[in-house]
Ligand binder design. Structure first.
Ligand SMILES: [Mg+2]
Length: 252
């Protein structure tokens, strides 16, 4: 059960050292464009002494460009946990994940449903997951044919990825295995809007759900079940109000 973000205590707000933000539906407006107020709120958090990182389904070079634009200093986790860097200008970490299972399943469903599976243009840039759209048949029909693979619907595009990879697990590996800045999950706030963020909400005690009107009722219920806090406003406006609230509690 989620609480309103105003239940975030002053103690928690002062304790936070890392905010990991999803991008689409979290730092964007409802039309998908970057939210100017959310971008400003990211800068404000960094000025308040909180390291900000991204944890998104976007591919790495897209997130690197956004990181540079917003001047964030934290980790970048791309492809829903498949690819990660500790800082925008550092090397890609070797997490041991493979793209083979996703490519194999993509090719299999293309053969099963000729003409219905359309790869998105940015697949060529991806290292671990594959992104595609389904045309003309119910998603469920395709989903039922998938074997031994993870399937995500971000609300924007569909993803296939090797089992066991998730945003939450990769962020936890950065903290626990790699020892990112000596931080633990309780120093971290994770913020997201969709089912691709459920692993973050489950593995991190301080999570904020930003409501996204694109979600189905079923998806909305699934994310609400696991998030700790929720904003009142949608998308980038929701992120902005939460970040502003945290900044106010920190007197900065
Ligand atoms: Mg999202």
């Amino acid at each position: 059960m989620t609480s309103n973000y105003k239940q975030i205590s002053p103690e928690l707000a002062r304790h936070i050292r890392l905010v990991m933000a999803d991008v689409d539906g979290t730092l964007t407006d409802e039309d998908g464009s970057e939210s100017p107020s959310a971008c400003e709120a990211v800068r404000q958090l960094e000025q308040c002494g909180i390291t900000v990182g991204f944890v998104s389904g976007r591919h790495l070079s897209n997130l690197e460009a956004l990181a540079q634009q917003l001047d964030i200093s934290g980790p970048i986790i791309a492809e829903n946990g498949g690819v990660a860097k500790l800082k925008p200008d550092s090397e890609i970490l070797n997490l041991g994940y493979s793209r083979e299972p996703a490519l194999k399943e993509l090719n299999r469903i293309k053969q099963l449903f000729p003409g219905a599976i359309r790869e998105r243009e940015d697949n060529a840039e991806r290292l671990v997951d594959v992104v595609f759209f389904i045309n003309g048949i119910a998603h469920k029909v395709v989903q039922e044919q998938l074997r031994d693979i993870q399937y995500y619907d971000s609300g924007y595009v569909l993803h296939l990825m090797e089992r066991g990879i998730s945003k939450g697990r990769t962020l936890l590996r950065l903290l626990n295995e790699i020892g990112y800045q000596g931080l633990s999950s309780t120093d971290t706030v994770v913020i997201g809007d969709s089912p691709t963020d459920i692993s973050l909400f489950e593995l991190f005690p301080y999570s904020v759900l930003i409501p996204n009107p694109r979600l189905t009722n079923e998806q909305r219920q699934a994310v609400q079940r696991v998030a700790r806090y929720t904003s009142d406003l949608h998308c980038g406006d929701g992120f902005t109000e939460v970040a502003n609230y945290i900044a106010t509690l920190r007197d900065c």
